[in-house]
Design a protein around this ligand. Structure first.
Ligand code: NAP
Length: 329
């Protein structure tokens, strides 16, 4: 049987020109392994940074794109227990998920509820835990407190709005364009503001001069300073994304006279230090919410794997209405 995978042999600033769907012989599962057929895999900003060579870890080349996704078990190797043919599974993180079929060790696969939307399940490994941990790992927030975030119409931003509300936290959501405001409100956000030089004044007015202790920054550049200016004395800006491509700017005045801290968050670092129990607890919680339709992200479009170049190009564009995902086609 023939399979296809989205492969690239070099990195560069226009990744859609470097990645192609190539055929390969479908592998046979060995002992303890299963053959999985892809159901869906998203294209995240980190995938694009991996293709351009700007991400924190880079695979050897040639490589298959994709860090997360969901599939269905279609063949069991010898000595496999606990998995059945037809079971929906979460693919191991970083395994090169943009391929129609892959062999994986059965112990590395997390079984998922088969009735849930595969597109939503495919997006669960990276962005939902990031949103959850940004709210819990940086500042010890109490119910009733405020947080502010930019790129609020991103997938992480939308999950964060939903999870914050569930925890009794209030969010100030910043986007870079008026047309994105309604999408964030549809996720349940009450305060959505368009970024600008007077952001701090508008935030103070919208929140009744609330004492905000945490700002969550996916953008960097001058946007970091604008978030810092919205914080109370001693507040923290946590940067977790580089959407502007610019270094985070936080002025000496914020750091010295207002006691602002600038720090970073990377999910990969959390995976390295969190106990298996903590990881299971987080993922169990998120799987339950996503399967129940209580936590979701908008989908802009799906592309068949054979059109991976077009899909990567679409995902590289700003001003999308949601995620781009690859499906087998
Ligand atoms: N540190 C971690 O562990 C971790 C984990 C997961 C994700 N992330 C990061 O989180 C961020 C969001 O990821 P995602 O998958 O949620 O993104 P996404 O859904 O693809 O959305 C991208 C967001 O970035 C905004 N954006 C694009 N270009 C921009 C620019 N030049 N200046 C300012 N904003 C810009 C978009 O706004 P428009 O709609 O207006 O274009 C949109 O809000 C990314 O930077 C990603 O790498 C980090």
């Amino acid at each position: 049987m023939q399979s296809i995978k989205a492969e690239y042999a070099e990195r560069g600033s226009e990744p859609h020109k470097l990645i192609n769907a190539v055929p390969f012989d479908t592998p046979e599962p060995g002992a303890g392994e299963v053959l999985v057929e892809l159901l869906a895999a998203p294209i995240n900003p980190s995938d694009l940074l991996t293709l351009t060579g700007d991400y924190g870890v880079l695979p050897d080349l040639p490589a298959t794109g994709g860090n997360e996704g969901v599939g269905k078990v279609i063949q069991l190797g010898a000595e496999v227990s606990g998995l059945e043919v037809g079971q929906t599974v979460l693919l191991p993180i970083g395994c090169g998920t943009w391929c129609s079929h892959l062999v994986a060790s059965a112990k590395d696969l997390i079984p998922l509820p088969g009735q849930a939307d595969p597109l939503q399940l495919a997006m669960l490994t990276i962005n939902p835990p990031t949103a959850s941990l940004l709210l819990s790992e940086v500042v010890d927030l109490q119910p009733g407190e405020w947080v502010i975030q930019n790129a609020a119409n991103s997938a992480v931003g939308g999950y964060l709005v939903q999870l914050a509300a569930e925890r009794g936290l209030k969010t100030v959501n910043v986007v870079r364009r008026e047309a994105a405001v309604d999408a964030v409100k549809r996720q349940g956000a009450e305060i959505v503001l368009v970024d600008g030089p007077d952001l701090a004044e508008r935030v103070a007015e919208a929140t009744g001069k609330a004492k905000i202790r945490l700002a969550i920054d996916a953008v960097g550049g001058e946007a970091s300073e604008r978030l810092a200016a919205c914080l109370a004395f001693g507040g923290t800006v946590v940067n977790y994304g580089m959407m502007s491509g610019e270094p985070c700017q936080v002025s000496p005045g914020q750091l010295i006279f207002r006691g602002i801290t600038l720090t970073g968050f990377w999910l990969a670092s959390w995976f390295r230090q969190a106990s298996p129990e903590a990881q299971q607890q987080l993922f169990g919680d998120l799987i339950g919410k996503i399967a129940a339709g209580k936590l979701s992200a908008p989908v802009a479009a799906t592309f068949p794997l054979s059109q991976v170049s077009e899909a990567v190009h679409a995902a590289s564009q700003g001003e999308r209405d949601g995620k781009i995902l690859l499906v087998p086609g």
